[in-house]
Design a protein around this ligand. Structure first.
Ligand SMILES: *C/C=C(C)/C=C/C=C(C)/C=C/C1=C(C)CCCC1(C)C
Length: 244
């Protein structure tokens, strides 16, 4: 009964609602794919594929709830940030697993995790408490500083150095994942700017729009979570040309 009521409230012509629904299906399908394919890759890659499936699986469960929440109550801020707080550290674990054999340490993993948690906590404060105020940009900018630190780690810092020293497919996979961080992750601050009153240095871009914010986040989530998993998957099934 309640299922029918929820569907009756579903505005099918709304692209935001559509991406919540399609995002849920895509995350679900990707998880099935990564879990099934896990049996096909060599032992050293099984943990990486497990983590890929967990990232999209955790997101699928959150999207299951968010897609019903949004049409009725608007932006699902808490669900969104709980999802990210679980999945972004797991994306850091993917970097760690890839560089581990090349000397990656848990110290580097912790740098990535702490920076991503800082990024998310600061973004959450901005969105949950300051979204309708002109100083929302301050929280976004602080969160952005943590984001740039992650970009630096994977493009030029500790993570990149290890991957490049290892060469071969490790270097290639790292540079692809790093591109997701630079390009794919950059969609999130755009959503924040569009969805908060003063997101861009106190200036409001039109009116703060919850819909545009969620549209950006939904597209970015699908691109990044599924994309990360596919990079790891292609690394796992590729033949070892150079010694890695
Ligand atoms: C699967 C979820 C992912 C990869 C989420 C990533 C989220 C971000 C990179 C968020 C970044 C933000 C900023 C850089 C500034 C404004 C606030 C945030 C949290 C949207």
């Amino acid at each position: 009964m309640s299922l029918f009521l929820e569907i009756a409230k579903f505005p099918v012509d709304d692209p935001v609602t559509f991406t919540f629904f399609a995002g849920y299906m895509a995350m679900f399908a990707a998880s099935v794919f990564f879990f099934m394919e896990r049996s096909r890759v060599s032992d050293e890659w099984k943990t990486s594929l497990l983590v890929s499936g967990l990232i999209t699986g955790i997101a699928a469960v959150h999207y299951y709830y968010m897609r019903n929440y949004y049409p009725v109550h608007g932006s699902p801020v808490v669900l969104r940030y709980v999802d990210w707080t679980l999945t972004v550290p797991l994306m850091c674990v993917e970097f760690y697993l890839i560089t581990k054999k090349a000397g990656g340490t848990t110290a580097i993993l912790w740098k990535l995790i702490l920076a991503s948690v800082a990024m998310l906590v600061l973004g959450y404060i901005g969105e949950a408490f300051y979204a309708d105020q002109s100083q929302s940009w301050v929280w976004g900018a602080l969160s952005g500083a943590a984001y740039f630190y992650i970009v630096w780690l994977v493009m030029a810092g500790d993570v990149a150095k290890l991957a490049n020293a290892a060469g071969g497919k490790v270097a290639k996979a790292n540079s692809m994942l790093a591109k997701f961080v630079v390009i794919g992750w950059a969609i999130y601050p755009i959503g924040y700017i569009l969805g908060t009153e003063g997101g861009l240095f106190g200036m409001s871009i039109g009116s703060a729009d919850d819909g545009l914010l969620n549209l950006c986040y939904n597209i970015a989530d699908a691109v990044n979570k599924i994309g990360f998993g596919l990079v790891v998957y292609s690394l796992a099934i590729s033949k070892d040309e150079a010694a890695a």
